[in-house]
Design a protein around this ligand. Structure first.
Ligand code: TXA
Ligand code: MG
Length: 321
């Protein structure tokens, strides 16, 4: 039976015997294991039902550990790390030989970050090894932002969730890589493109239709509820297309229904039109709607700026067939 606990000593013991613990971060909960344990890492892929070609993020507690994980750190990466770590930025850098290739899916690069959650930072400090941690959800489904979400997914497969409360940022880290002197954004996330650009200047977003993706999360259906979900620029018009249906609305703005022929369950992601608040609430609201046996979820398209871009990215992927 899974334990939900704040006991760091217990978490350490489980990880040291090459088993897995779900850990809180400021973005989403991660499914964590020792990066040097083949048994633990294979168990992460198996538990998540994740394909082996999708590489994992290495979590460390301090910049001092970075040289053990990567061979070199470009100047712009150093700047970003100084500004955003600990925090929701993942850097993709040249992998050091000691990082097992199963972590990087055979690539020469590895993804690494210092998460910003006090419990997880303390745990990492007490361990002799970094933790690989993908989001703690079955491959393709909505990421977990509370320990309850993790329990819902993995109650029979995991020994422990380290209880760290609701994740404060609520969507995954922003992933940045470096290719031939160019800075590439592989995944929009909790730190906006604008914030990154304010530190290092213009960056390029990887083409989502690229058939050889560096960040597979960029492409396929992902972050998806089981309920059918559509993205809308005109909520009333779309609600009226589905007469008699039980509909969940995932909203940013105020909404005054023009029709009364539908049963509507409304999740408003921010009370004050704040994108940061909306992203912190996004996945929890999706989880709630997904548990209401709805016919359909209609999600409002967000403004195409700052974290609105990251939210739209997740919603677009959730709605993919
Ligand atoms: O916020 C987060 O990043 C969370 C928390 C737990 O830290 N973790 C997370 O991991 O979102 P995951 O495994 O769900 O997503 C990792 C993404 C994948 O899309 C993967 O393709 C990309 O990182 N990635 C990992 N290594 C990479 C590499 N060497 N090059 C390009 N992309 C990489
Ligand atoms: Mg994930």
């Amino acid at each position: 039976m899974i334990q939900i606990s704040t006991d760091l000593f217990k978490a350490k013991k489980i990880l040291e015997k090459e088993c897995l613990v779900a850990i809180p971060t400021e973005t989403v909960y991660g499914l964590a294991g020792n990066i040097y344990s083949d048994k633990a890492i294979k168990n992460i892929f198996k538990t998540k039902n994740r394909p082996y070609h999708n590489p994992l993020i290495v979590h460390i507690h301090s910049l001092e550990i970075l040289p053990k994980i990567v061979k070199e750190v470009p100047e712009k990466a150093k700047k970003l790390a100084e500004v955003f770590w600990p925090g929701s930025l993942t850097l993709v850098l040249k992998k050091s030989d000691s990082v097992p290739s199963i972590i990087s899916a055979g690539k020469e690069t590895v993804a690494v970050r210092i998460p910003n959650h006090p419990l997880t930072l303390e745990l990492l400090k007490n361990l002799d090894f970094p933790l690989a941690a993908p989001s703690a959800n079955p491959f393709g489904s909505i990421s977990p932002t509370t320990s309850e979400h993790v329990v819902h997914y993995f109650k029979d497969q995991l020994e422990m969730v380290l209880e760290g409360g609701a994740c404060s940022n609520g969507i995954e880290s922003t992933i940045i890589g470096f290719e031939n002197d160019e800075v590439i954004l592989y995944r929009l996330g909790s730190i906006s493109k604008e914030e990154i650009e304010s530190v290092i200047g213009p960056i390029k977003i990887i083409n989502k239709n690229d058939s050889s993706p560096n960040a597979p999360g960029m492409l396929s259906k992902h972050y998806a509820p089981k309920t059918k979900i559509i993205l809308s620029d005109n909520i009333n018009e779309d609600v009226n297309k589905y007469t008699g249906k039980k509909i969940g609305l995932l909203l940013f703005n105020e909404f005054t229904p023009l029709a009364v022929n539908n049963k509507l369950i409304i999740e408003k992601l921010s009370t004050i039109g704040d994108l940061k608040e909306a992203s912190a609430n996004l996945y929890a609201a999706m989880h709630r709607l997904d548990n209401k046996s709805l016919d359909l979820i209609i999600a409002e398209k967000f403004p195409d700026l700052e974290l609105g871009k990251s939210i739209n990215d997740r919603l677009e992927r959730a709605t993919k067939e």
